[in-house]
Write a protein that binds this ligand. Structure first.
Ligand SMILES: Cc1cc2nc3c(=O)[nH]c(=O)nc-3n(C[C@H](O)[C@H](O)[C@H](O)COP(=O)(O)O)c2cc1C
Ligand SMILES: Nc1ncnc2c1ncn2[C@@H]1O[C@H](COP(=O)(O)OP(=O)(O)OP(=O)(O)O)[C@@H](O)[C@H]1O
Ligand SMILES: [Mg+2]
Length: 535
């Protein structure tokens, strides 16, 4: 098989290792699922082109093995007629479209073109034909790769199938090393020092857009050539471009892809820029927060969430209103789901827990997923980590230095060993106990003046009355009072079913709170209430 031969003959040990691992994943998938129940998701992009050739090689080796065990020699001309799905849209580049169809014809793929969005298309596909697993060219740097492994079940809410990602751990360099290596025999005829001769010689079959300055390809509306490949000084995208494989820093692969842009506070984004109506909220002296606590141990009932409770009190003390408290499992999708909802419904979201290098530490990944961005190495944070955990920050601990790309702001403070991570209006607190929370909170307040952390609002004033009156007696006057004093929170709660009822009046204007208390008490005989201290 030409692919297997070209890779084995290359002296690129790293590529050989990546290749062997990918082939192993493909062979496992082909052993686990029936051939007619697997599909290949092919979009003509460079990653899926690599995957196509890996699948051809993997299929050949897989069949070869079983043929061999049956006593038959492997058939070298055998084609990998894998079911192939392509989601075709009018917004795709014509070059990508034609490359996809031509390649499918060249390699005898069983092409199924789907003209629906991914989710609906997959639902229809699964209804029509049993499909247990789908091969994807997703790589770890892709925004949608967050939390995925080589075998990852489709996300909750998606039709059920296994996503198989054989090249998940491949870098940009690996992709091009593979594409180039598989045609390397032609290059030996030419002077490798002459890049143009090299280019002409290496008639690598990949979409022509990769020679026009594109390094990652989305739709015609959100993709431009990568300016880092432009050979002229002009930043206009009309210049000449080096081929995609000459991009020096693979982390900038998506520089030509439009980002979902979220302004950083330092770029003029307001502290609570994603809040529902932040400017008015501030003018009205009301900002809302949502607190999300991570921890299977809390959900099991093993541990009490004292840190979250303390944070609620702290938020209240600076005049913020907490709209919701959520407890979520240590699971990226669960975190992402809650963060996604809460970040747009609140001025600020605070996440407690899930920070560190354990497999259960998924806060950062969950936030990245909620914003639809990838995790990328953050040199500044890595430097802090190096100081904080010295030489322990090798290996998997380096994962801690991967932060949501393009939306992360590091909040430094001299009292913090590591800066706090803020992604737009989401702040990740690493405190595990009350002392640590006090420290992080004080730092946030200390940073308030720089505009990158929480803002002080007029604090709340509250009064609490205790009474032995029944709910029935107090309910109607309370409802009327709420209408008369919409700017004062009025509510009741019990400490026990038979004990006294506590009625709270909370607001920002002490006079209005006092007036509400008086208006309420006047509706009952004197001595019905006495003031108590709460919280
Ligand atoms: C076959 C297939 C399966 C997918 N399965 C999921 C899934 O389970 N969960 C999910 O959130 N997105 C899923 N997606 C969507 C992708 O995560 C992603 O949005 C898409 O590949 C576009 O990537 P891009 O933004 O890098 O162009 C799937 C896409 C395809 C083509
Ligand atoms: N329109 C589509 N039809 C079929 N599969 C798709 C489509 N879009 C994405 N995919 C799948 O998702 C994977 C990742 O998508 P991505 O946009 O990163 O493409 P790619 O192949 O990686 O090319 P590039 O990164 O250069 O754009 C693809 O390799 C492919 O398996
Ligand atoms: Mg890609």
């Amino acid at each position: 098989m030409e692919i297997d031969k070209a890779i084995k003959e290359s002296d690129d040990r790293r590529l050989i290792t990546k290749y062997n691992n990918a082939i192993y994943v493909i062979q496992r998938a082909l052993s686990l699922y029936k051939f007619e129940e697997v599909a290949f998701s092919f979009n003509g992009g460079k990653d899926s082109t690599v995957l196509l050739h890996l699948l051809r090689a993997g299929y050949f080796l897989h069949i070869g093995k079983s043929e061999y065990t049956n006593g038959n020699p492997a058939n070298c001309n055998m084609k990998c007629t894998i079911r192939t799905i392509y989601f075709e849209t009018p917004s795709a580049f014509p070059e990508i479209n034609s490359f996809t169809h031509e390649t499918a014809a060249t390699y005898g793929l069983q092409m199924e073109t789907i003209r629906l969005d991914f989710k609906s298309g997959l639902e229809a596909l699964l209804k029509e034909k049993p499909t247990k697993a789908i091969f994807l060219g997703t790589r770890i740097g892709d925004p949608n790769a967050v939390g995925q492994e080589q075998f990852s079940p489709s996300s909750p809410g998606w039709p059920p199938f296994m996503r198989v990602n054989p090249i998940l751990d491949w870098s940009y360099r690996d992709i091009w090393a593979f594409l180039l290596a598989c045609k390397i025999q032609y290059c030996s005829l030419y002077d490798k020092g002459d890049i143009w001769a090299f280019l002409l010689a290496c008639k690598i079959q990949y979409c022509s857009l990769y020679d026009k300055g594109y390094t990652s390809i989305g739709s015609i509306y959100d993709t431009v050539p990568n300016s880092l490949l432009c050979t002229s000084d002009s930043s206009s995208n009309k210049g000449h471009f080096k081929p995609a494989y000459l991009l020096a820093d693979g982390r900038l692969e998506r520089a030509g892809r439009a980002k979902r842009y979220f302004p950083l506070a330092s770029e003029g984004g307001l502290v609570a820029s994603n809040g529902p109506n932040s400017v008015e909220s501030r003018q009205n002296n009301t900002l809302t927060a949502s607190v999300i606590t991570l921890g299977d141990e809390i959900l099991f009932g093993f541990v009490e969430d004292k840190v979250g409770f303390s944070l609620l009190k702290k938020l209240h003390s600076i005049g913020w209103t907490t709209s919701q408290v959520s407890f979520v499992r240590n699971d990226i999708d669960s975190v992402a789901e809650v963060v996604e909802k809460q970040k747009s419904a609140n001025d600020m979201v605070f996440i407690i827990g899930g920070v560190g290098s354990l497999a259960s530490d998924v806060s950062v990944a969950g936030v990245a997923k909620a914003f639809g961005v990838r995790l990328a190495p953050d040199e500044e944070f890595e430097e802090y980590l190096r100081h904080a955990i010295a030489d322990h920050c090798m290996g998997h601990r380096n994962e801690m230095a991967r932060l949501p790309e393009g939306i992360t702001e590091l909040l430094h403070h001299e009292s913090l060993q590591l800066p706090l991570i803020k992604c737009q209006n989401v702040v990740i607190l690493s405190a595990t106990n009350l002392t640590e929370l006090d420290n992080e909170w004080n730092c946030l307040l200390g940073l308030a003046s720089s505009g990158s952390a929480v803002t002080f609002l007029t604090p709340f004033v509250s009064k609490h009355l205790s009474t032995t009156l029944t709910d029935v007696e107090t309910a109607q006057p309370l409802s009327k009072l709420c209408l008369e004093f919409p700017d004062v929170y009025v509510g009741g709660y019990r400490k026990s079913r038979v004990g006294s009822l506590i009625i709270s009046f909370v607001g920002k204007d002490s006079l209005r709170v006092e007036l509400a208390v008086q208006a309420f008490c006047q509706r009952f005989s004197p001595g019905s209430f006495y003031e108590v201290n709460c919280g």
